[in-house]
Design a protein around this ligand. Structure first.
Ligand SMILES: Cc1ncc(COP(=O)(O)O)c(C=O)c1O
Length: 390
C-alpha cells in the first residue's frame, strides 16, 4: 500500500480524534524513523515520550518476542513470572511498597483516585472523598482523569463531569493551608512538570510545602509521573529530585518502550487498601509487556540517568544558539522551547517537512526524544530544527 491508500483507509475507518502529519511510519532505529516512502526522520518525540530505550532495541525486542511465543497472556486469576519480577524490580528501584499494573497513564491515575478514596473511606467513612488537582494539569482522557485535568479546553462537550474534584493554582504556597483545611479532601494530585500544559515545572519550595501539609493532615499526595517518570528527566522519578515521598506515584509511557503499560505505585500505608474484587483490569500485568518493561528498567541505571541529564544540558545550550528560540525550560530530556515569532504548530510542521519529528505543548515546541538518542542524532535533529525556524 502506498501512503495515500493508507491515509484514505485510516480516514474512512478510524474515528477522527487526531490531527496527523502526512507520513506513515514503517521502521525505526534508535532515534531515526523511516517512513513508508523511504524518507528518514530524526525523532525528537519518541511517540510522546514512550520509546525510552530507542526503536529496534534488540534486547527489548528479543525479550518481548520470546515471551510472546512462550505465553502471551494470562488472566489475573493466575500468577506469571515476568509480572512478579517486574513488580519486585520496580518497587525496589523506586522505593514504593506495592504496584498495580494496568495499561495506560489515564488508567494508572484512575487507580490512584480509587485507591485514595478507598483509603479515606476505610479510615474516615463517607464524605472525605475530594481530589484536588492543579489548574493547567493533564491527567488523561478517561472521565475521572479528565475531570482531574485542570484545563478548560478539555472540559467541553463531555458533561456531566465526575463529582468530588476541585482545582487550585500551582505554585501558590500561601494559599495551601486554607485550601487544604477542608475536611472533605482525601488527596491532591500533581505533575511536577506540567507536560501537556506547556512544560511548566513546579517550584521546589511549593512542592515541599504541599508535601508537608498533606502529610500532617493525612491527605494523600499523588504524583503523576506519567510523562516525567521512567528516567525522562534524568531521575528514575522526578519526586526524588524534588525531595518528596508521595503516597502514590503513577507511571506509564516510557516504562513500556512502546507496549501499553501503566503503573500505580503506593507506599507502605496504602499497600493493603485494595482487596480482591475492588480493582482490576483484563490486560494489566501482561507477561509480554512486563518482559519488555523489565529490560527498560534494567537500562535505567545511574549511567543512563547521568547521560540524560548531560544530553539535556547539551541540547539546551545549543537551542540558545538558535535565533528564533526565546527561552527553554524542562529537565533532562523533557524540554519545552518558547519561540519568538513562529507558532509551535507552524514550527513543528516546518520541522516535519525537513525531516524532524517534534511535539508541541500549547505555544511551545516540546522535545521528548528516546533517552538513548546519540549526540550525532541530536546534532542532526538540531540542525534541521535551526533550518526550520527561519
Ligand atoms: C502527566 C500525564 N498524565 C496522564 C497522561 C495520560 O496517559 P495515557 O495517554 O497513557 O492515558 C498523560 C499523557 O500525555 C500525561 O502526560
Amino acid at each position: 500500500m502506498n501512503f495515500n491508500e493508507i491515509k484514505a483507509m485510516d480516514y474512512k475507518y478510524q474515528m477522527n480524534t487526531y490531527a496527523k502529519y502526512d507520513a506513515a511510519l514503517l521502521s525505526g532505529n534508535n532515534a531515526v524513523i523511516t517512513g513508508e516512502d523511504g524518507r528518514e526522520y530524526i525523532d525528537f518525540s519518541s511517540g510522546i515520550g514512550v520509546v525510552s530505550i530507542g526503536f529496534g532495541n534488540d534486547e527489548w525486542a528479543h525479550a518481548v518476542g520470546a515471551q510472546a511465543k512462550q505465553l502471551q497472556h494470562t488472566s489475573n486469576l493466575y500468577y506469571n513470572q515476568p509480572s512478579a519480577m517486574f513488580s519486585k524490580e520496580l518497587c525496589e528501584k523506586s522505593g514504593f511498597s506495592k504496584v498495580f499494573l494496568c495499561n495506560s497513564g489515564a488508567e494508572a491515575n484512575e487507580c490512584a483516585i480509587k485507591l485514595a478514596r478507598k483509603y479515606s473511606f476505610d479510615k474516615y467513612g463517607r464524605g472525605r472523598d475530594k481530589i484536588i488537582s492543579l489548574y493547567n494539569s493533564f491527567h488523561g482522557r478517561t472521565m475521572a482523569a479528565l475531570t482531574a485535568t485542570g484545563q478548560e479546553e478539555f472540559h467541553q462537550f463531555f458533561f456531566p463531569f465526575n463529582q468530588g474534584f476541585d482545582y487550585m493554582q500551582a505554585n501558590d504556597a500561601d494559599s495551601l493551608n486554607d485550601i487544604l483545611n477542608a475536611d472533605d479532601i482525601c488527596a491532591v494530585i500533581i505533575e511536577l512538570i506540567q507536560g501537556e500544559g506547556g512544560v511548566c515545572p513546579l517550584d521546589t519550595q511549593y512542592v515541599k510545602t504541599l508535601f508537608n501539609i498533606c502529610k500532617k493532615r493525612d491527605i494523600l499526595l499523588i504524583v503523576d509521573e506519567v510523562q516525567t517518570g521512567a528516567g525522562r528527566t534524568g531521575y528514575l522519578y522526578l519526586s526524588e529530585y524534588y525531595g518528596i515521598e508521595p503516597n502514590i506515584l503513577t507511571s506509564a509511557k516510557g516504562l513500556g518502550n512502546g507496549l501499553p503499560i501503566g503503573a500505580c505505585l503506593c507506599d507502605e500505608k496504602l499497600k493493603d487498601v485494595f482487596t480482591p474484587g475492588t480493582h482490576g483490569t483484563t490486560f494489566g500485568a501482561n507477561p509480554v509487556v512486563c518482559a519488555g518493561a523489565r529490560v527498560v528498567l534494567s537500562h535505567i541505571d545511574e549511567s543512563l540517568l547521568k547521560d540524560v541529564r548531560e544530553k539535556g544540558e547539551y541540547i539546551r545550550s545549543k537551542l540558545y544558539g538558535i535565533d528564533e528560540v526565546k527561552s527553554v525550560r524542562g529537565m533532562g530530556l523533557m524540554i519545552g522551547i518558547e519561540l519568538k515569532t513562529m507558532t509551535s504548530k507552524d514550527a513543528a510542521q516546518a520541522a516535519f517537512k525537513n525531516g524532524l519529528l517534534i511535539l508541541t505543548a500549547k505555544s511551545l515546541l516540546r522535545m521528548l526524544p528516546p533517552l538513548t538518542i546519540s549526540y550525532e542524532e541530536i546534532d542532526t535533529g538540531l540542525s534541521i530544527l535551526k533550518q526550520s525556524l527561519k
